[in-house]
Design a protein around this ligand. Structure first.
Ligand SMILES: Cc1cc2nc3c(=O)[nH]c(=O)nc-3n(C[C@H](O)[C@H](O)[C@H](O)COP(=O)(O)O)c2cc1C
Length: 217
């Protein structure tokens, strides 16, 4: 009698908790990206001619292949034997993490494994900047310097970290110009609010954000 009461009252809850736990574990699994297509792209001089900032975006999501290509161009591994990247970094610190904010959640680009590591499942796009277009554009990249990977005694550290971000942002500009995507790099960010939403540690510094999407028709 007692057992049947337990089954009726507790089992549905136990099943629900187990189901939620397994969904949560699944959702926190890294998301593999397709291999980047390194043979594509328009001639460099034409791309430089077209590079510009654009602030109107179509809400259409970017396909996984385009996202993979974009992130590889931004700061992917281009010399796997040495672990080196498509953008330079002072002292080869490689301290910049690219956070990827989409409608599905917030991820970190793991360049070495070519995958996205989930951080939070909330849509934080609207918090990545102060301008209205950021919440509807399909993708906002947030460049975060992890100061734990730098040498704090370096007098030029802040300048180096800022310069490192600039190289990545320019790679994204050039990729977008090549592929007909719209983009704008942004410094106008409520950094304390965004850091909280992104669950950053105190030694992680939000440098810039960059919105990417198809140009609005
Ligand atoms: C460090 C930096 C911060 C910027 N911040 C913003 C910003 O917060 N919002 C914005 O709309 N554009 C921002 N921009 C884009 C500039 O306004 C843009 O590059 C400039 O007007 C020149 O236009 P162009 O990129 O089309 O040549 C920023 C650019 C840089 C380099």
């Amino acid at each position: 009698m007692r057992t049947s009461h337990w089954i009726r009252t507790r089992l549905p809850w136990a099943a629900l908790i187990l189901c939620a736990a397994s969904l949560f574990a699944q959702e926190l699994k890294p998301v593999p990206l397709p291999s980047p297509q390194t043979q594509i792209g328009r001639p460099l001089m034409q791309v430089l001619k077209d590079r510009r900032s654009t602030r109107t975006f179509d809400p259409e999501k970017l396909p996984a292949q385009v996202l993979s290509n974009l992130l590889w161009a931004a700061f992917g591994v281009n010399r796997p034997e040495a672990g080196k990247r498509t953008a330079p970094s002072a002292m080869d610190w490689q301290e910049t993490d690219i956070y990827v904010a989409t409608a599905d959640g917030l991820y970190i680009y793991d360049a070495k494994a070519n995958q996205l590591i989930p951080v939070v499942h909330d849509d934080v796009r609207g918090q990545t900047g102060t301008q209205p277009f950021v919440k509807d554009a399909p993708l906002n990249l947030v460049y975060v310097a992890d100061l734990a990977r730098t040498r704090s005694s370096s007098a030029d550290r802040d300048m180096y970290v800022a310069a490192d971000t600039g190289f990545i942002a320019q790679n994204v500009y050039l990729f977008c110009a090549s592929e007909g995507l719209a983009t704008v790099v942004r410094g106008s960010i409520d950094r304390p609010a965004l850091a909280k939403a992104m669950r950053l540690r105190p030694d992680q510094r939000i440098m810039l954000a960059q919105t990417v999407g198809y140009p609005r028709k």
